[in-house]
Design a protein around this ligand. Structure first.
Ligand code: NAD
Length: 399
């Protein structure tokens, strides 16, 4: 169980690029990083594409005026001259900026925590992976709900054989916020998501399903996709060539089959993040509407609901528990868990503690590479007429 006590010697000096006043995801980063007050300390930021708004915002969240920078290049240069300059930055900007900011940060000898989808191409990820290795730095990726401890419970139960051999993997991340064609009312965040120059080669595949794909790998690290078929549409034609809906069929190497539904036009849906794993003996299901519960359905027996924080859960799950039973946990705690693991990874990397690093389960650059590969494979299938394609594997997978 976590109670906020320090896991590393001192909080890491942390800066943010993006995630400013109007940014959708910035606050989630701060919720995650600052939750324990013992892992990160926010000391600097280039929070906004608009320098004045970014400065005003930074000061309003407690960052010193002279460390609210007009842009990330100035921040990296100035901070490098300080004795107590930043050690790590988070990138919470639109997709098309991740690669250049990440590269600049590593070249400024900073650890990096970056939003998903990490970059546009796997070549870019491999280049940055090499640079990070050369610089001795961590690159983490914020798959938000992947810090939910019930996913580790699923991992432990599947490893123990509680559901038997996996046969069917049913994945879904959908919502309905783009069901209508009201482009004139789009926020900036909605606009760039359907512009390939900024969003990259996909919309919902990258925006939504990269989360769920990583979570499936976290739950079933031994399951490798052999081939897949992706069918994607732009129900609102102005979004073409980027899809607002996609179905993917997967064949795994062990004979299991799976599907992923990613959509932003699932009208009315408010809780469309679901993972169901069907084994030869039983099934497990996690659903974001009740993220502290897991349905365990053994064929021929009454359905069981496993509830967070209970002693019957696996140690690996309860180690990431924060509030204890009878109290609701959810997305905020998941972000806090991911950020705590980033801090532990950075600290271990700085100390050369490879043993800690090898045991830590968190979304690292390999998880970022997997997400980019996932999108590449899906887009390749869809763009060739929704044909089966052999899944081109990421390298050096370590989940
Ligand atoms: P957004 O458009 O709402 O916000 C982007 C923020 O970045 C704004 O504050 C903007 O001013 C700032 N910005 C843009 N370019 C900048 C630059 N060059 N320098 C400094 N600041 C800059 O976007 P969003 O929805 O918050 O998405 C940002 C990223 O986070 C995307 O990659 C998206 O895919 C990802 N995201 C992840 C999650 C998650 O759960 N992990 C959720 C939402 C978004």
């Amino acid at each position: 169980m976590l109670n906020g006590e320090k896991k590393i010697e001192r909080p890491l000096r942390w800066g943010m690029v993006g995630g400013g006043r109007l940014g959708q995801v910035g606050y989630k980063h701060r919720i995650g990083a600052l939750r324990d007050n013992t892992a990160f300390k926010l000391v600097a930021g280039a929070f906004d594409i608009d320098p004045d708004r970014g400065k005003d915002f930074g000061m309003n969240i407690g960052v010193e005026e002279n460390r609210c920078y007009p842009d990330y290049k100035t921040m990296f240069a100035k901070e490098a001259t300080l004795d107590d300059g930043i050690e790590v930055i988070s990138i919470a900007t639109p997709n098309g900026t991740h690669y250049e900011i990440c590269k600049a940060a590593l070249n400024a000898n900073l650890h990096v925590i970056c939003e998903k989808p990490l970059f546009f191409t796997s070549e870019e990820v491999l280049e940055i992976k090499e640079l990070a290795e050369k610089k001795g730095k961590i690159v983490g990726v914020t798959y938000g709900f992947s810090g939910n401890q019930m996913l580790l419970q699923m991992r432990a139960m599947i490893k123990k054989g509680d559901i038997g051999e996996i046969r069917v993997v049913d994945l879904q991340y959908t919502h309905g916020f783009n069901a209508t064609d009201d482009a004139d009312k789009y926020s900036d965040a909605q606009k760039w998501r359907v512009d390939p120059k900024i969003a990259g080669p996909s919309f919902v595949l990258g925006d939504l399903s990269t989360h769920t794909y990583y979570m499936s790998q976290l739950i079933m690290p031994h399951m490798k996709i052999k081939k897949l078929l992706c069918d994607r549409q732009s129900f609102i034609s102005s979004r073409a060539p980027l899809e607002d809906n996609a179905h993917v069929i997967m064949h795994y190497e062990n004979g299991a089959v799976g599907t992923m539904w990613a959509s932003s036009i699932n009208a009315g849906c408010m809780d469309g993040h679901r993972i169901r794993i069907v084994g030869s003996k039983a099934s497990l299901e996690w659903w974001d509407s009740n993220p502290g519960e897991l349905r365990y359905e053994v064929q021929g027996k009454p359905i069981q609901t496993l509830v967070r924080a209970m002693p019957y859960l696996d140690d690996i799950c309860n180690a990431d528990e924060r509030l204890g039973a009878l109290h609701v946990e959810g997305l905020s705690e998941s972000w806090a868990n991911i950020y705590l693991k980033f801090a532990i990874a950075i600290d271990a990397k700085d100390r050369g503690d490879e043993e800690t690093l090898s045991k830590l389960i968190y979304p690292d650059i390999n998880a970022g590479l997997e997400g980019v590969r996932w999108v590449e494979n899906c887009v390749r299938s869809a763009n060739n007429g929704s044909v089966w394609v052999d899944f081109v594997e990421a390298l050096d997978k370590t989940f």
